[in-house]
Design a protein around this ligand. Structure first.
Ligand SMILES: [Zn+2]
Length: 258
């Protein structure tokens, strides 16, 4: 059984020139299942220098990897600490947008939606884990177990958050295109992911202790430079660089739809 589909071109710039750059081992990952390829081969694009996995999971692969949920992806995980972390994210958004609809793509433990709601936003969430979607619905949230391209939003969205999401998507441009279309003018995007340009990333790699190289659910390793360029391609302008408190070596960008 083949669980991954290899990229035929760079998923960001479509260049056909790309080559292996480093490897990771996901066989010790908590979501690893027997038969899945244990080695993760990362590629670098010769054109735009983006780093991406050789192949993303096909339907069979997704079924295997998603068959259980990581403790920290469960609703209400460390809810009090996560409420504080989330409040600092919402506080970064408030100067630019303090009301309206907040869409959290891949809401995971739900903490950001809980917190944005406390601040007065009308909250909508998507997640690919059915159980999480059900629990959030029971708590009164509008939630979908769907890719955003399959959802019809009746109103324009004021804030879209994608916390540690874009690196999980085979083709990030598809998602950013939709996000750009559903956002109101001057709408705000919050986006976080590991930053391969951080010194911490480099030190972890040098010491053979970079957890992201074997992060089974990741397809992309972004640099701040490449992410900014990509956002600009979709009329999304970064307005604030920050460091994420959620995961190691991560950046947290506030950007505006122009
Ligand atoms: Zn490229």
């Amino acid at each position: 059984m083949n669980y991954r589909t290899n990229y035929k071109s760079c998923p960001l710039c479509e260049s056909l020139s790309f080559y292996p750059i480093y490897k990771g081992d996901c066989s010790k990952h908590i979501l690893y299942k027997k038969d899945l390829p244990p080695i993760m081969q990362w590629m670098e694009c010769g054109e735009c220098k983006h780093h991406f996995i050789e192949g993303y999971f096909n339907e069979e692969g997704i079924k295997k990897v998603f068959s259980n949920t990581h403790e920290n992806q469960k609703i209400g995980y460390q809810i009090e600490q996560q409420r504080m972390v989330s409040s600092r994210i919402v506080n970064k958004v408030i100067p630019f947008k303090n009301s309206g609809i907040w869409l959290d793509i891949g809401f995971g433990d739900g903490a950001l939606l809980f917190t944005a709601q406390e601040y007065g936003f009308k909250c909508i969430g998507t997640d690919l884990r059915e159980e999480n979607v059900k629990i959030m619905k029971n708590l009164g949230f509008e939630t979908y177990c769907e890719n955003i391209e399959n959802i019809n939003f009746n109103n324009k969205i004021s804030v879209v958050s994608m916390m540690d999401v874009l690196e999980h998507v085979p083709y990030p441009k598809t998602m950013l295109n939709i996000v750009s279309n559903i956002l109101e003018e001057n709408g705000i995007i919050v986006i976080s992911m590991p930053n391969i340009e951080s010194i911490l990333w480099k030190i972890m790699s040098q010491n053979n202790k970079n957890p992201y190289l074997g992060e089974i659910e990741h397809y992309h390793n972004f640099s701040r430079t490449r992410l900014y360029k990509l956002l600009n391609d979709f009329s999304i302008e970064p307005i604030h660089y920050g460091i994420s408190e959620r995961y190691r070596a991560c950046m947290e960008i506030i950007a505006k739809k122009i």
